[in-house]
Design a protein around this ligand. Structure first.
Ligand SMILES: *Cc1c(COP(=O)(O)O)cnc(C)c1O
Length: 379
């Protein structure tokens, strides 16, 4: 064993403009950076715990969870270790083995794994044709009604904003369809909670999950699980032996820096979701500038309603065919300009996000792509 430093040094965010959509919403607020330091030791939030993580009052986890419930308009909120753990817990608590779950066709892979791990059967709602790849209320209704006729459907899952196209669905209308069919709905807000306002009760969703490290300026891993009153008793059952502990959460979930950073970022989140329309506007402008490059088109619904944008980029792919650095040129040219977040070697299409960047930075990024698009094929 040669205990080297394992390459634990990172200045990606400090030195570059990072376009990776996965990482844009998880950049910490300055308050969270301080909390990260103060709560960096293991179990650091447990100094005054009396047996229930969600009831700790120093630091004020109990009042934080109440405020978080208000923020997303859910009846009861718990933290979990990620959006995926939230989805798993809901399926595990609500569905019985062998039953069916209806899932939208843009669902994240972690939804599929949660279904598999629970031994459930998955029925997928098809997306519309390219380039929109949309989940429509009509398709959701058709698939759900057909499924309900034939099998025991115990849950519907809907991805609020998907991670492939950044399409935003109409949660309220789809929730209504689910309830007309007697099926509860879980809304996956990994890409929305902490970026845009979430209104669980107004939309009529029964469960909602969010991701602290994806969209809530927390170091994570941490997720948020919101539950409506109707399902609290079914989902949050207590242990017979350890009577304070909630079984589905295995007693305690996030305990330390992950929850401390989320709590520290909360006031910042409250403010930033109010400015969501500004982010969408910036994102639309960016997409429009990118589309000025011939051979670059935005996929998904247009104009976009989110900061995650997927571009189809045959032009950039074409350049790579004859460039001496092959498909690596795009990554390398961007890197020279201190822009990162697009995978090495990827040129046919890519996803990116300018969430939280300034107008000047976005202009600079678009200008850089334009410059690179004019690269002479043989240089
Ligand atoms: C990123 C993502 C997840 C996973 O979130 P975790 O908090 O890491 O579990 C789930 N669903 C969607 C739609 C995502 O984009």
């Amino acid at each position: 064993m040669k205990c080297e430093n394992y390459g634990l040094n990172r200045s990606t965010e400090r030195d570059n403009l990072n376009l990776n959509p996965l990482q844009r919403g998880g950049v910490l607020s300055s308050a969270a950076r301080e909390a990260l330091f103060e709560f960096s030791d293991g179990y650091s939030v447990c100094d005054y715990c009396a047996g229930r993580l969600d009831q700790i009052s120093k630091p004020g986890i109990n009042s934080f969870l109440d405020d978080l419930a208000t923020f997303i308009n859910a009846d009861v909120v718990r933290t979990v270790n990620g959006a995926r753990e939230g989805k798993f817990a809901v399926m595990h608590g609500i569905c019985n083995e062998g039953e069916s779950v209806v899932v939208d066709g843009n669902a994240h892979y972690t939804t599929h794994l949660a279904v598999e791990r629970n031994n459930l059967n998955m029925i997928e709602v098809p997306v519309t044709n390219e380039p929109e790849f949309e989940i429509t209320v009509e398709n959701y209704r058709a698939t759900l009604e057909d499924a309900v006729d034939r099998e025991q459907v115990s849950l519907a899952v809907l991805t609020h904003v998907d991670g492939d196209y950044g399409n935003l669905v109409d949660a309220k209308k789809i929730a209504k369809v689910c309830h007309e069919n007697g099926v509860p709905l879980l809304l996956n807000c990994a890409y929305s909670m902490g970026r845009l306002p979430i209104d669980a009760n107004e939309w009529g969703v029964d469960f909602v999950v969010g991701s602290g490290h994806k969209s809530m300026a927390a170091s994570g891993p941490i997720g948020v699980l919101g539950v409506s009153d109707e399902f609290v008793n079914k989902l949050l059952i207590r242990s017979n032996r350890h009577t304070k502990k909630e079984i589905e959460l295995l007693g305690c979930t996030s305990r330390g820096a992950p929850i401390a950073t989320l709590m520290a970022s909360f006031p910042y989140l409250i403010e930033r979701v109010k400015k969501w329309d500004v982010e969408v506007e910036k994102s639309r402008n960016f997409a429009a500038m990118m589309e000025e490059i011939e051979g670059v088109t935005q996929l998904g619904v247009k104009p976009t309603n989110h900061d995650l944008i997927r571009f189809d980029t045959p032009h950039f792919h074409e350049i790579g065919k004859t460039h001496k650095r092959k498909g690596y040129y795009l990554y390398e040219e961007l890197k020279k300009r201190k822009i990162v977040g697009i995978k090495r070697g990827q040129t046919e299409w890519f996803k990116c996000s300018t969430y939280g960047m300034t107008e000047d930075q976005i202009q600079y990024i678009a200008k850089s792509f334009k410059e690179i698009s004019r690269i002479n094929n043989t240089t």
